[in-house]
Ligand binder design. Sequence first.
Ligand code: OGA
Ligand code: MN
Length: 224
Amino acid sequence: MATAKSLLSFDNDNTVDETLFARIAQDMEQQGFSILPAALPEKLTNSLHLHQRAMDESMFVDAGIGRGDNFIKNDFVRTDEICWINGESEAGRDWLNWTGALQRYLNRRLFLGLFSFESHFAHYRPGDYYKRHYDAFKGQANRVLSLVVYLNPGWTEQDNGELVLYRDDNDREGIKVVPLMGTIAVFLSEEFPHEVLPARRDRYSIAGWFRINGSVTDRVDPPL
Ligand code: OGA
Ligand code: MN
């Protein structure tokens, strides 16, 4: 008979670490965010890193704000380049398997009703930034949970480029997250304004959002 662990495992030795998910769930319950250095499974981290570095520049497009018809490119707010992850590559599929397992775990533990997930690779060149923003706006009940992971081996504090997570609108100091390889940041999308400070070197991350189903009878709300 399959054990709980083997039910959750996927491809060869790439088993899902429930201890990590439990830690994230507990942090979310207690503080609404979780910042965990060197936490993303190593094999997954390495394959995402290699895949991102091998990707052709032409696959990245300027990031903007808003979705669909509301998309605007706004250099005042952000200057990074992105590539949506759709599961066409093996690394992308492994990533979506892992985030799927996290989604199911968080739904079980925290009753979040997370329904879908969207994510993209992001590349910030030296000097690129993403000014203070929210990933979701109150009342729009759409993006619920933000997840960011970092793919930069050997990143040091001198390289700057931190993610700064603010506790609320009045917080000017924030919590700085160094974008070092394997670090995971998770936070409630409507609760925490945050920004990406300019870095001195190329900075790679994956940003993703778990969403609840925002479809209403007269309008479908697809993931992208
Ligand atoms: C975002 C974002 C943070 C980061 O893409 O919305 O806030 O550290 N990214 O890359
Ligand atoms: Mn953001």
